[in-house]
Design a protein around this ligand. Structure first.
Ligand SMILES: [Zn+2]
Length: 294
């Protein structure tokens, strides 16, 4: 056996420890952040016991095996009350409630000027179309399918982070719904890739969102891609992680080419950044940095 000086041994030990911690965090997605628009992770029973069923109100909640326990992965809508919230946990033998705390989070305000006034104050004739598209979106987001979702997402597109989730928005000085996703600015025609395996469940040209795709990843995890230039998939298609599904465009209510990306858990939109590793998020250029065209 080769004799190592004590310092080398110490470094090897630290190296091994670092690798262990790194691997653990690299797979610890999504990240917990129990605020409105965030995610609460709650450890339940050991995985050698039957898988519990979890509900928040009437909504079914994703439960996954995680480090030897069943873990509830709860999407918290932007309207979740701050303070104590409860879930119902049921197994064949018992029904119990588990409470968890939601902290406050103040999202920034943003003012956007849209030249096409009809996209801010739609005509009467547009409303029927808008309502039917809202129904289609709701149906897509409220889906519940069997596959255990892969929650280790990769970025759907690289570019400049041009809009964070949750911002309170004013279009042409009028208050509108808060921002329900993450905006990534990229040149027209940049490939958009599926962040994880899933099934295409809806596509279309939507009034506000432009060309749009919905992907069902399983058990209430649904993602949406908007303002696309072209759509390369159709409902029913299966996609793998990293598969090209569309190109970046500027259809719908936009000020420039970008991808609007929404992530939904148990029927509510949450911050997509929580589904990304810190390393992946660092690949996005900082806000206000110019997009470098490739
Ligand atoms: Zn957006």
């Amino acid at each position: 056996m080769i004799k190592l000086p004590p310092l080398a041994l110490l470094l090897i030990t630290i190296g091994t420890l670092y690798a262990t911690i790194y691997t653990a965090t690299a797979w610890a997605l999504p990240r917990a952040h129990a605020v409105p628009g965030g995610i609460a992770l709650i450890n339940l029973s050991a995985t050698d016991s039957p898988k519990p069923m979890v509900q928040l109100g009437k909504q079914k909640i994703l439960v996954r095996p995680h480090e030897g326990v069943w873990q509830a992965v709860i999407g918290l809508s932007l309207t979740t009350p701050v303070g104590n919230n409860t879930i119902k946990v049921s197994t064949p033998k018992q029904l119990k409630t588990v409470s968890f705390k939601v902290e406050d989070k103040r999202y920034q305000e943003t003012h956007i000027t849209i030249k096409d006034k009809r996209k801010v104050n739609p005509y009467k004739d547009d409303l029927e179309r808008i309502y039917s598209e809202q129904r289609r979106s709701r149906n897509a987001f409220n889906r519940w399918s069997k596959p255990q979702p892969d929650v280790n997402f990769i970025l759907p597109v690289t570019g400049r982070l041009s809009g964070n989730f949750g911002r309170r928005r004013f279009f042409n000085k009028q208050p509108r719904n808060p921002h329900s996703g993450m905006d990534i600015a990229a040149p027209m025609g940049t490939m958009v890739n599926s962040p994880a395996a899933g099934t295409i469940v809806e596509t279309g040209d939507f009034f506000f969102n432009g060309n749009t795709i919905f992907i069902d990843h399983g058990q209430g995890v649904v993602t949406m891609y908007c303002h696309l230039e072209s759509i390369n998939v159709k409902p029913g298609d299966s996609v793998e992680q990293g598969e090209a599904i569309a190109t970046v465009g500027m259809t719908g209510r936009v000020t420039g080419p970008h991808l609007h990306w929404s992530v939904s858990l148990n029927g509510v939109r949450i911050d997509p950044a929580l589904f990304m590793s810190v390393e992946a998020l660092e690949q996005l250029d900082a806000p206000n940095k110019k997009v470098t065209k490739k």
